[in-house]
Design a protein around this ligand. Structure first.
Ligand SMILES: C[S@@+](CC[C@H](N)C(=O)[O-])C[C@H]1O[C@@H](n2cnc3c(N)ncnc32)[C@H](O)[C@@H]1O
Length: 378
């Protein structure tokens, strides 16, 4: 195994460890937010943007929208925090915010309706936002729990009220509550752009949305890697090479943006050069589809169903392809292939529903495969 792959797989292990331990404290870098958000500028103009699960003391999401409030033409920015910040050296080191209790690090909401040049220095920037927060008591409010959910919980009554006011939700929500988080966004019919492990595409509920074209991947992180800041007390929990002492960042390989907002990447066709032949594309034993182990090998002239790696979602253009189903990854996601594809043939149970190819030495199962079909084969 190459050094790079070793690193990547320990990154993925760290991510699943994060999930099982419900450690949700990963903080997104400003550069990653800028790189993604630049593709949606027109869809942010005149919109109310909500960054929930997002303490403005530490959040680059808040920082991004506050800094670019006027340039983007955002109508209103709302950010709600969940619990006291525990990332050392906060990004927006406000010592006091008007409207919050002096001792206050309890969860709170910030609302910004305009960013005028309040400190009269001739420039409109983060200093004006700080000035606004320190001096305008209407911009901040402490949040309360509601008996069922704690203060600042995205499911709490107050936070749901903020959600109702929002047009677009942009954040990195807690990994451990991703299904519930997305279900809420769908229920309230919000546009959203949120970060999560791409493995979530195989969750039953999330895959259903992808198949129905109600959810897709955004443009992604540069070079496929995502780096996040973590609280100092969690550093020792990562495998060697995952946490970088110099940068203070932890690396995840398989993280992406999940969105229902349109972007140009979704309209680009994957160029197809290969010609189909029975020999090059083995047929699965337990699915009525052929194996295509690399996206670059998708044949140009094949009308039937094909099994492709999940990375296909990075390039998916719904006008070029239809997603028919997904094979089980045997990863306890609860996914039942039978519910999602009409292609399955019976008696594949011993293969854990993975697509399998018959080889001279026996059946060989594949990794998770999306079952896709070309639209309009020429
Ligand atoms: C992955 S971190 C991301 C933080 C920040 N959005 C960012 O990207 O820099 C997820 C955040 O959600 C918060 N969180 C956890 N459970 C939550 C809940 N039930 N409701 C709201 N926020 C929650 C965590 O405290 C954590 O700060």
């Amino acid at each position: 195994m190459s050094g790079h792959r070793k690193l990547a797989s320990s990154g993925n292990k760290a991510l699943s460890k994060a999930k099982s331990a419900k450690q949700d404290e990963f903080y997104t870098q400003l550069v990653d937010i800028e790189n993604e958000l630049k593709h949606y500028r027109a869809q942010l103009k005149n919109r109310v943007v909500l960054c929930n699960c997002d303490d403005p003391y530490e959040s680059n999401f808040f920082r991004y929208f506050a800094l670019n409030f006027n340039a983007l033409g955002v109508k209103r920015l709302i950010a709600t925090s969940y619990a006291g910040s525990n990332v050392a050296g906060g990004l927006l080191p406000l010592t006091e915010i008007e409207g919050l209790k002096p001792e206050g690090r309890e969860p709170y909401a910030i609302e910004i309706n305009e960013v005028p040049d309040v400190n009269n220095d001739g420039a409109i920037d983060l200093a004006d936002v700080e000035w606004l927060l320190r001096n305008d008591k209407n911009s901040c409010r402490t949040l309360a729990g509601d008996g069922e959910y704690g203060a600042g919980d995205f499911r709490s009554i107050q936070c749901v009220e903020y959600l109702k006011q929002a047009d677009v939700v942009v954040t990195n929500p807690p990994f451990s509550l991703f299904r519930e988080y997305v279900a809420q966004l769908v229920e309230f019919k919000k546009s959203f752009l949120i970060i999560e492990s791409k493995n979530a595409a195989t969750y039953k509920e999330i895959f259903k949305l992808i198949r129905e074209d109600k959810l897709w991947l955004g443009r992604g992180f540069s070079a496929g890697n995502a780096f996040f800041a973590i609280p100092s007390d969690q550093r020792r929990e990562f495998a060697h090479g995952v946490y970088n002492e110099q940068t203070g960042l932890v690396k995840f390989r398989n993280v992406g943006w999940f969105t229902n907002m349109d972007h140009e990447g979704r309209h680009e066709e994957i160029p197809l050069f290969r010609a189909y032949s029975e020999n090059d594309y083995p047929r699965y034993d337990n699915y009525d589809a052929v194996e295509v182990s690399k996206i670059a090998d998708i044949p140009a002239n094949f009308e039937g169903a094909m099994g492709v790696p999940i990375t296909f979602l990075d390039r998916y253009n719904p006008k070029q392809f239809e997603i028919l189903g997904i094979t089980d990854r045997d990863n306890n996601s609860g996914l039942k292939t039978r519910e999602y594809t009409a292609l399955e043939t019976p008696n594949a149970g011993d293969l854990n529903r993975r697509a399998a190819i018959r080889m001279p030495e026996g059946l060989k199962s594949t990794y998770a495969r999306l079952l896709i079909k070309r639209r309009n084969v020429p």
